[in-house]
Structures are given as C-alpha cells and as structure tokens.
Design a protein around this ligand. Structure first.
Ligand SMILES: CC(C)(COP(=O)(O)OP(=O)(O)OC[C@H]1O[C@@H](n2cnc3c(N)ncnc32)[C@H](O)[C@@H]1OP(=O)(O)O)[C@@H](O)C(=O)NCCC(=O)NCCS
Length: 219
C-alpha cells in the first residue's frame, strides 16, 4: 500500500477538499442520493475550515493527490453554523424548492415541529462544552482508508491542540456510523451523552439517524 503523507492545507486544495466532502459526507459515502447540490453542501460543511481557519486543516495525500482531510477548529464558538449557512442557501440557491434538496429541508421543519409538539428536547447542535472547546471532522476517500492515514491526521491535529493550549476536542458523528465510532475509540475518544435523533436526517431505508458526541481531553 502507498504510504499516506499528512501535510497542512494549501489554498489550491480547496476544490478537491469540497469534492471529497461531497463524496464522503454520508458516513463515508456520497451524499447525492439525498442532497443533489454539491456547492451548498460543501459551503455548509467545509467553508469555515478552508476559508476561516486553514491553519487547522490537515490533508492526506496518496500518489500525489489529496485523498482525505481533517477539519479542525480550535474554538468551536467561532465556527460558522452549518444550519445557518443552509438556511441562507435554502433561499439564495432555492434549495427549499428544488428536487434533490427540498425533501430534507421540509422534513427537518416537520421533525422540529413534531418534536416541539410532543415535548422532545431539541438536539443542541453544534455541541459546545468548555472542557472540549475544539472540534474536528475527518473524511477519507475509500482508497485511503485502513492504512493509518486517519490516525496520522488525528495525531497531527492533537499536536496542534497541545501547541495552541486547547484542553480538549469533541466531535459529532452519527451513532449509526459504527465503523467511525470504532476508529474514534481506537484513537482515544469516548462517547459523551446519549444519541439524539437528528431532525431531517434519515438512512437510505428511511430510519431516523442519531447524533453521537465523542470527546478526548489533551493528555
Ligand atoms: C473513519 C476514518 C477517518 C478512519 O481512518 P482510517 O485511515 O481508515 O483509520 P486508520 O487506518 O488510521 O485506523 C486507526 C486505528 O483505528 C482502528 N480502527 C479503524 N476502524 C475501526 C473500527 N471500525 N473498529 C475498531 N477499530 C478501528 C484501526 O485498527 C487502527 O488501530 P491501530 O492504529 O491501533 O492499529 C476513515 O475510515 C473514513 O474516512 N471513513 C469514512 C468517513 C467517516 O465515516 N468519517 C467520520 C465521520 S464523523
């Protein structure tokens, strides 16, 4: 297997990063089956990291091409909220009226409304706790998985957290993403709190999906 090499993000990686974000955004699979608009998806989930905090973005290269990334954020209160970016694009890119995106938006509205009616506590997202103020997202293309690249990215990120003086890092994943949870536990994260149903999100067979927070303190 070609060894993976980790390096800091460069501006010329931006398009490739946005593409990988779209190709891996559903538990490592492409998101096109439920969100057919790459630009708005990448804006929601990658623009803060490429455009506002690139010094916390690490990429992994295989055979000279970027094959994955770790998006880091030192102080999660500064990150742009994907829900607000999505709400803006629901109007400006007409996502709320287009086939391929409208379904998720209206299902989210319905889930929130029904949750309020039945008194279900809302999901507090993005998660924040000052014990783990930093956060990460990590995604590799299939060909880059299983050879140590994920651990190398997490190691690079924790070196940066130590240097920057952060006390800890959290992440939000899906409780249904069993493989990712196994990986995060292998690299030192533990589950924090109970899984909570995420408004609007469904599996391919229509089942509700649940947010799981995981945390790791700086040793
Ligand atoms: C999750 C992901 C980042 C892991 O990266 P990776 O390069 O495949 O993982 P690594 O090869 O670096 O594995 C690191 C360690 O985790 C362990 N590990 C990986 N997957 C595991 C699993 N499902 N269960 C238990 N341990 C696991 C490995 O055995 C390895 O342990 P070791 O270093 O002690 O030998 C990558 O597979 C991926 O991008 N998946 C799809 C996208 C995704 O789900 N991202 C997370 C969204 S929140």
């Amino acid at each position: 297997m070609v060894p993976a090499s980790v390096r800091l993000y460069r501006p010329e990686d931006r398009d490739r990063i946005r593409r990988i974000c779209y190709l891996t955004g559903y538990m490592g699979e492409p998101v096109d089956w439920y969100w057919r608009d790459e630009r708005s998806f990448a804006d929601m989930w990658s623009s803060y990291y490429t455009d506002a905090e690139p010094e916390s973005l690490f990429v992994v290269e295989r055979g000279g091409a970027v094959a994955g990334y770790l998006f880091g954020c030192l102080d999660s209160r500064r990150a742009w909220n994907p829900a607000w970016i999505g709400a803006r694009q629901a109007v400006t890119r007409l996502c709320l009226a287009r086939l391929g995106t409208a379904g998720v938006i209206w299902r989210t509205v319905a889930d929130v409304a029904i949750g309020r009616l039945v008194g279900r506590p809302p999901v507090e997202t993005p998660f924040f706790d000052q014990r783990w103020p930093s956060h990460l997202h990590i995604n590799l293309l299939p060909e880059a998985r299983g050879s140590g690249a994920g651990r190398a990215l997490v190691d690079a990120w924790f070196d940066r957290l130590r240097t920057a003086g952060s006390p800890g890092c959290h992440l939000e994943t899906l409780a249904e993403n069993i493989r990712a949870i196994g990986f995060f536990e292998a690299v030192g994260f533990t589950r924090f709190g109970e899984p909570q149903a995420v408004p609007g999100e469904r599996s391919r067979d229509g089942m509700r999906l649940h947010r799981q927070v995981m945390v790791r303190s700086i040793a």
